[in-house]
Write a protein of this length. Structure first.
Lengths: 305, 313
């Protein structure tokens, strides 16, 4: 992603036509004309973010004013403590973080194991099992959500309350391993050369040791991609938490924010302060690991082509 | 032939046979141990629910009665006669038909503009990527505020160019288009990333050759770059369509399907039937119908796309 090979502008725009020197062209701008497109586009893309932040530090009177106050006179940072007092964004954040981290870790472990077995071992039922897993990949979430809800409810009542309805465990367990993760890692493992694994086996290493010591280090890019995509998915998931969680202390950020919006739908300054607080952690993580996120998202596209 | 037959019945030559079987057994065992945890999760929460909801779609199952009798195709027949389902299908298709091409066009345009080494390029790119980090819920809340009929900044900008204030999300004729706009914004980063990655795979030599042959930059783009981007375009078209057909979060937050069902899309109605009305049977039928729509549209896209897509071997 970073090693950008870019067409040299001159090469495309001023072709040397059969050796004839190019006719004198209109005067060139002192900067690339693409800035004339990119600056307005960037402003449009960033405006919602800017307006969000501006509203979050306005007074309620300024927010409910037409024409809108584009530059608040006083920065009212008290909106933030006020928002925190009426909804536990800290709690939502911790829940979101627990769910996302647990989901990422369990996916890395379980999908590595399964993906490696599907890539390298022959065992009874491998093909059939893999076909079933691939089939689940194609089915949209909405088809499975009702039985998922019933199963989760049953598990909470009869097996373990921590993974039942209204516990964040219910947001982790059903996504603890994904068909996409297994498929993705299996495809990657299959591209690795067999020789290292075979020689390690000859030296007496167990299959688990081979996986942990030889294969996984070679698969770091794929693992990072899976981690980034799983994290984004988990962090932004809304429909399943909406179904599975009703009590406030178990809510993740999107659900908590939606509930907060429902309760304060006209208190825009409060709403925007809450929104900023729930956005900032993800934005920070995203920018810190931008390269990984971008590369991972690009990988899903390139995999499809 | 006879000798080999006898050998086969008695077992193959001893030593290699023993070794092979031992390896195979340990592979059998380890294979199953390795896949069991992940497979258990996926069978329980992925595969079993597919079958279960299929069964449920043939049952009458709701909160009113504890029994869930099989009713054949009654749930599916009910859909045909349900005016809201018909509306929901229309809204979903209109939304998809607007959202997918628009997002692809915006993404392609910005990616082409950003695929060059100019000053501040990382700022421009980061601005586009940032839309990927925002959740659908945060996005929806910001856009509800931007498009607020009384105090929204969009109405203010419109008033500056002489357009009277609009009702936007409160208007049955405008609400769906506001949702189109907010989701285009939300998906811009994704489309840009996909197209930028594909643009970087366009070989420099081809562009230079076209320039030497006297092709202008538009013709080079049209005849060289665009065909080379077609796999990425097909991927985006399919991916965005699948997501568009499953639109829910923004509708739930901004309009709850209203006003006057103007933004009731399939998944919103499905959610409403399943978790507000608790008609699990009917909701399952709608879910399977949605699945069918997704399959049919995806297959058509791949069929048509294969003809239009250019793959470098």
């Amino acid at each position: 992603m970073t090693a950008t090979s870019v067409p040299a502008r001159g090469a495309v725009q001023t072709p040397a036509r059969g050796g004839v020197p190019p006719a004198p062209r209109r005067r060139r701008l002192p900067f690339s004309p693409w800035h004339l497109v990119l600056v307005p586009a960037t402003l449009v893309l960033l405006f919602p973010f800017a307006w969000l932040v501006i509203t979050s530090v306005e007074t309620p009177a300024e927010a409910l004013h037409f024409p809108p106050v584009l530059t608040p006179h006083v920065l009212r940072f008290a909106n933030y403590p006020d928002a925190l007092a009426s909804a536990s964004f800290g709690r939502f954040f911790v829940n979101s973080a627990i769910v996302a981290v647990a989901t990422v870790l369990s996916n890395l472990v379980l999908c590595s194991l399964a993906g490696y077995a599907f890539a390298r071992f022959r065992f009874l039922g491998r093909t059939a099992l893999f076909a079933v897993i691939m089939a689940t990949l194609m089915v949209p979430f909405q088809v499975t959500m009702i039985p998922k809800f019933i199963i989760t409810k049953w598990l909470g009542v009869h097996v373990l309350a921590a993974v039942g309805i209204n516990h964040i465990g219910a947001l982790i367990l059903p996504n603890a391993a994904t068909a996409f993760g297994i498929f993705f890692l299996r495809q990657f493992f299959r591209t690795l050369p067999l020789e290292y694994e075979e020689s390690a086996r000859v030296d007496g290493a167990s299959r688990l040791t081979v996986l942990i010591r030889i294969v996984l280090p070679l698969a770091t890019p794929a693992l990072a991609t899976l981690a980034a995509l799983t994290f984004l998915d988990s962090w932004n998931n809304f429909l399943w938490p909406l179904i599975a969680i009703t009590s406030t202390d178990q809510m993740t950020l999107p659900l908590g924010l939606a509930t907060f919006q429902g309760a304060h739908s006209t208190e825009w300054t409060l709403l925007m302060a809450g929104n900023v607080m729930s956005l900032v952690p993800m934005l920070a993580i995203f920018f810190l690991a931008q390269r990984y996120f971008i590369r991972s998202v690009a990988a899903t596209g390139l995999a499809g082509t | 032939v006879a000798v080999s037959h006898i050998l086969a019945r008695q077992g193959r030559p001893k030593r290699p046979g023993v070794v092979r079987r031992k390896v195979a057994d340990s592979e059998q065992f380890t294979g199953w141990v390795f896949v069991t945890p992940a497979v258990a999760v996926i069978l329980l929460f992925g595969a079993a629910p597919i079958v279960w909801s299929a069964l449920m779609s043939f049952q009458r199952s709701n909160l009113l009665s504890p029994s869930t009798p099989f009713v054949g195709l009654a749930n599916y027949r009910q859909m045909v006669h349900d005016p809201v389902v018909v509306q929901a299908i229309q809204h979903t298709l209109i939304y998809t038909a607007l959202f997918v091409p628009a997002t692809m066009a915006v993404g392609l345009f910005l990616a082409v503009a950003m695929n060059r080494k100019i000053r501040f390029i990382s700022v421009y790119r980061t601005a586009a990527y940032a839309t990927m980090a925002i959740s659908t819920i945060s996005e929806a809340i910001v856009f509800i505020w931007l498009f607020d009929p009384s105090y929204g900044v969009v109405n203010y900008f419109l008033s500056r160019i002489g357009v009277p204030p609009q009702q936007f999300l409160n208007s049955p004729s405008e609400a769906l288009y506001v949702i189109v706009i907010m989701t285009i914004w939300g998906w811009t980063g994704f489309a840009v990333v996909i197209y930028l990655a594909a643009l970087q795979g366009v070989p420099q030599t081809l562009l230079e050759a076209a320039a030497i042959d006297g092709a202008g930059s538009w013709r080079t783009f049209r005849r060289i770059t665009l065909p080379l981007l077609s796999p990425a375009s097909l991927f985006l078209a399919v991916w965005l369509t699948i997501n568009a057909l499953q639109l829910f979060d923004e509708v739930y937050l901004s309009t709850q399907g209203g006003p006057l069902n103007a933004t009731t899309v399939l998944v919103y109605y499905l959610y409403n039937q399943a978790f507000q009305q608790f008609n699990f049977g009917y909701a399952s039928a709608i879910a399977y119908f949605l699945f069918l729509v997704i399959i049919v549209i995806t297959v058509i896209q791949f069929r048509v796309g294969r003809r239009l897509t250019y793959y470098r071997s």
